[in-house]
Design a protein around this ligand. Structure first.
Ligand SMILES: C[C@H](OP(=O)(O)OC[C@@H](O)[C@@H](O)[C@@H](O)Cn1c2nc(=O)[nH]c(=O)c-2cc2ccc(O)cc21)C(=O)N[C@@H](CCC(=O)N[C@@H](CCC(=O)O)C(=O)O)C(=O)O
Length: 145
């Protein structure tokens, strides 16, 4: 997946766009946090526009494996990036200064039940978000390429 900037489409959400800019300028996701908790930066392809989309998420990692939580603060609908990854699961994830390629795989059942507590451990507000919606917050495991 190329990431030449001419087809990069910044987030329309100001505070998110600012965090992406800070990470890009500093060259590390350590430049930002949410309530002191760590953030990773996903780069993926827009499902319809084909543009490059950069999506910061809370850092959820276990034994070197990352997960992506499509929480959107417990909103009734999935974030749009969920549909990007369903359409094209190839992405890169930047953690600190390191960026690697992954393929996103939505998980369910026992694997979901294994990963949900890890997500809540990494960012406790996820538990509250899940109480705010009947939508089951989707989880992706990111398999290294
Ligand atoms: C606002 C919308 O964003 P979204 O994809 O719904 O994602 C919403 C949020 O999840 C996203 O902003 C996250 O980065 C917010 N966010 C987290 N969001 C989470 O869901 N979970 C997190 O853990 C999380 C942590 C986090 C930490 C720091 C930070 O700065 C932001 C964080 C958006 O960008 N819309 C664009 C379109 C985006 C897009 O991908 N369009 C597709 C079309 C897709 C389609 O229509 O099917 C395309 O380009 O083709 C627009 O309206 O122009």
């Amino acid at each position: 997946m190329t990431s030449n900037n001419d087809d990069y489409a910044p987030s329309p959400t100001g505070w998110v766009r600012d965090q992406v800019e800070k990470v890009t300028e500093a060259g590390t996701t350590a430049a930002v946090d949410i309530k002191g908790m760590r953030v990773v930066l996903l780069t993926m392809r827009g499902a319809k526009s084909g543009k490059i989309r950069k999506v910061p998420l809370m850092r959820v990692e276990h034994d070197g494996v990352y997960a992506a939580v499509a929480s959107l603060g417990g909103a009734p609908k999935n974030p749009v990036w969920y549909y990007n990854l369903k359409a094209d699961p190839k992405l890169t994830l930047q953690d600190g200064e390191t960026t690697k390629e992954y393929v996103a795989r939505e998980i369910e059942g026992a694997e979901y039940d294994e990963w949900w507590p890890r997500a809540v451990d990494a960012y406790p507000p996820y538990a509250e978000y899940q109480t705010k919606t009947t939508r089951k917050i989707p989880l992706f495991v990111l398999d290294p390429v």
